[in-house]
Design a protein around this ligand. Structure first.
Ligand code: ADP
Length: 469
């Protein structure tokens, strides 16, 4: 069985969030399970590119609209990631440092997809499945089936995994000329709400759709940023498969970013050492419970609620806790949090993306706050649990599939219902009570560290999807 993953992100090559983590891990565990699983992604100019060895695998020319462009496919030669990794270079479009956020992202990702499909159409074998991730690869199932030049690929099954349905890649119809000559009678497959919607096109054209948790699958039929009726009508080809975590990368006993390593037997002392280091670095008191938030500062994560909620929490429990936020996003939220940190010595904010600090915070924190309004799976809470950090989550999507409230039998987390100040402050109060009860805290840590969220058990669910195609 040969599966080709197509994605905009893959850790450690380029990562902006959970998509990168999943595409960096799932193929590795699929290879371990005997599936030939490869990843194809854009060749951004990230450090990984310059610290790895590559060979040119293919070079050709393709058209996007009237523009003939040259693309090059390079392959990593040392199997560094545990799977075959291919990068697509297109001068002027993909040769940039950042993954997203450019005015010409529609052209960038369309050209990337054209190059991938063009390349695959020249293979002299057919893969078992082409597995597309999110909207950046969403035009691929349509192109494989309805672009005249790629008719060789028409019968190759495609799978779409929706990591986040908020982002759909909308393009005005004027940009339809970018897509290589296609069967105009299939216009309806590209269209949603009078624009080209790559995510909707993939939902319509892919043989199977997976989402990254079962609860998110259910939620999408009611809230999918405009696609709910489409998803509900395609529900027979949809399945929710909970993400795993890469235990080789996220292991407190070996994680090279940490100050002190620990496992379930040494969790109390190990976490305290990491906490002392972080508290010394940021000027916090290591005897107090440490609450952290790590993530994109956007509405989905309810980051807009954080300034007011932390302000109230500090008012209520000021002397008893410290808070640390790592993230970037909405400038208003960034400003609100920065102002709060100016006026309160128990709150620290680190704006930006910082992989090593994120690992250190999972290890150092006592509690991880995730008040998300939408959380397709959520990896932060899984990493937190692996590092003995109590997750405090709003009951939604993957958070509700993975965190059991400490009030329920065997529970090791804190759940709340609303992404608002009242619920967050109440959850902080519950957390402080647990922190005072060291026996209960230790029991929870030991329990959560032993929950198995490894990819090994998830890989089989994906294999079942491929077999069903
Ligand atoms: P999403 O993909 O919606 O952002 P997930 O919970 O699925 O959320 O995955 C988030 C991933 O991104 C985790 O690996 C988390 O540690 C990482 N991450 C998010 N923000 C930052 C940041 N500012 N610095 C470092 N890592 C971050």
């Amino acid at each position: 069985m040969e599966v080709v993953h197509i994605s905009a992100e893959c850790y450690p090559v380029a990562k902006a969030g959970g998509l990168g983590d999943v595409v960096g891990a799932l193929p590795k565990y699929q290879n371990k399970a005997g599936i030939t699983s490869k990843v194809v992604m854009p060749m951004y100019r990230t450090p990984f590119l310059y610290t790895s060895d590559w060979v040119v695998d293919y070079k050709a020319k393709a058209y996007m609209g009237g523009w003939e462009f040259e693309y090059t496919i390079i392959k990593e030669v040392n199997n560094k990631l545990g799977f075959d990794l291919y990068l697509v270079d297109i001068a002027g479009l993909l040769d940039r440092q950042k993954i997203y956020g450019y005015a010409d992202d529609a052209e960038r990702f369309t050209a990337f997809q054209i190059a991938v499909v063009h390349w695959m159409s020249h293979w002299n074998h057919r893969p078992t499945a082409v597995h597309c991730h999110d909207y950046h690869a969403g035009l691929i199932p349509f192109m494989m089936q309805h672009c005249y030049d790629y008719h060789h690929l028409r019968s190759v099954p495609t799978v779409l995994t929706i990591h986040n349905a908020q982002y759909q890649g909308w393009m005005p119809w004027a940009q339809s000329v970018l897509i290589p000559k296609w069967d105009l009678s299939k216009k309806g497959l590209l269209d949603w709400g009078n624009s080209i919607n790559p995510l909707a096109a993939a939902i319509k054209c892919a043989y199977k759709i997976t989402t990254v948790s079962p609860s998110y699958m259910q939620e999408l039929m009611h809230h999918a940023n405009g696609l709910e009726t489409l998803i509900a009508s395609e529900k027979n080809k949809c399945v929710g498969i909970l993400n795993g975590i890469d235990h080789e990368v996220w292991n407190p006993a070996t994680d090279t970013y940490l100050t002190a390593h620990f496992d379930v037997d040494t969790v109390t002392a190990g976490k305290q050492k990491n906490k002392e280091k972080i508290c010394e670095q940021f000027g916090l008191d290591a005897t107090k419970p440490l609450f952290v938030f790590i993530g994109r500062l956007v509405g989905e994560k309810a980051a807009d609620v954080l300034p007011a909620a932390l302000h109230t929490a500090v008012g209520a429990y000021g002397a008893y806790a410290s808070y640390m936020i790592l993230g970037s996003g909405d400038p208003a939220v960034e400003a609100g949090l920065t102002n709060l940190a100016y006026t309160n010595k128990n709150i620290k904010v680190s704006l930006g993306y910082n992989e090593s600090l994120s690992h250190q915070l999972y290890a150092a924190a006592d509690f991880l706050l995730m008040p998300s309004r939408v959380e397709p799976c959520g990896l932060n809470q899984l990493y937190a649990m692996r590092y003995g950090t109590v997750p405090m989550v709003r009951s939604t999507g993957g958070l509700q599939d993975t965190v059991v409230d400490m009030g329920d039998a065997g529970g090791y987390g804190i759940r709340f219902t609303h992404a608002n100040e009242t619920d967050i402050v109440h959850a902080v109060g519950r957390a402080i009570e647990v922190f005072e009860n060291k026996t209960h805290l230790l029991w929870m840590r030991e329990r959560m560290m032993q929950v198995n969220h490894s990819w090994e058990q998830t890989v089989q669910s994906y294999t079942n999807v491929y077999k069903s195609l």
